[in-house]
Design a protein around this ligand. Structure first.
Ligand code: PDD
Length: 286
């Protein structure tokens, strides 16, 4: 079955969805996006994703073209047009079509695009063995809290991981942990969960919030503070989190074993809680 997309007011087969080459998304990467996981046809933490989208709109001075209720309706309709139960909804809004000029056009209509595909969460093999990661210097811009479609820095970094046969690249800026190319990063040291606080250097991950809530509920001590490169390199556990990876244990960093070399005990607790929480939320939404 052909995938269905939404473009500027209509649903259509993905291969028929076309935009102008003058779209500022194409010319400048001038737009914002969201990736929303869908479990059993129910979008996970949708109000939080839409709140972050609003934050991105505000940051790039683009008016949100749709009210929250309209986003919610369209996302549910898009999900309903796909047969698979667990999906990943991608939405992006650009500043629209205009003659090429860096400054914003006086008048333009935002381009609103959405698509959905099967949600690919980590395999059991990756969950049971953990994954290799490398490290890199975070050379991206200073507005990493904006979920911008300008992802060249993230793409270059992610490719450096792919080239090394790694799943992610854990990033440091000025000697401190920020995040990874498409995930947030958590560290366990001496039974404490450490993570960088939300600021302009990291994306405020929706999964990051869920992980912190679950850890707090499990009485795992949490420290949100700057985490040094040395603390990461000598951590007992390292995790990467995102809407598609959920919570995933990192078992080698730059080829060196992390902790025992197996997914850690605290990872197992939080991963189990995450799966239970997902199911509970989905039941409540039913
Ligand atoms: N990426 N940091 C970065 C740079 C990201 O791109 C992402 C997500 C995250 C985690 O955010 P969340 O938990 O809300 O998914 C952190 C998405 C999945 C992507 O670009 O495909």
């Amino acid at each position: 079955m052909s995938e269905t997309a939404y473009l500027n007011g209509e649903f259509l087969p993905l291969e028929y969805a076309k935009v102008s080459v003058l779209d500022r998304g194409f010319i400048f990467g001038d737009g914002v996006y969201e990736v929303i996981p869908v479990y059993s046809r129910r979008p996970f933490r949708l109000p939080e994703h839409l709140a972050r989208l609003q934050h991105s709109f505000d940051a790039i001075r683009l008016e949100n073209p749709l009210a929250e209720a309209e986003w919610t309706r369209l996302i549910h309709e898009l999900i309903g047009r796909h047969t698979v139960e667990d999906q990943s909804v991608y939405l992006q809004v650009t500043r629209g079509v205009a003659r090429r000029d860096h400054a914003f056009p006086k008048e333009s209509t935002p381009t609103v695009f959405m698509m959905s595909g099967p949600l690919a969460t980590p395999s059991n093999e990756l969950l049971e063995n953990g994954v290799p990661c490398i490290t890199g210097e975070d050379f991206r811009w200073l507005k990493c809290d904006v979920k911008s479609i300008s992802l060249l820095g993230n793409c270059l970094l992610r490719q450096s991981a792919a080239d090394a046969g790694a799943v992610e690249v854990v990033l440091f800026r000025d000697g401190y942990l920020t995040e990874a190319s498409a995930s947030n990063v958590f560290v366990i040291r001496d039974g404490r969960l450490l993570a960088p606080p939300k600021n302009h250097l990291i994306l405020p991950g929706i999964t990051y919030d869920v992980v912190l809530e679950l850890a707090a509920a499990c009485a795992i001590p949490i420290e949100l503070r700057e985490v040094s490169e040395q603390e990461v390199r000598s951590a007992d556990e390292i995790w990467v989190t995102s809407s598609t990876k959920e919570v995933l244990a990192v078992t080698t960093l730059d080829g060196k074993t992390v902790g025992s070399g197996r997914p850690g005990e605290i990872f197992k607790v939080v991963h189990r809680e995450y799966q239970q929480y997902k199911r509970k939320v989905m039941r409540q939404a039913a």
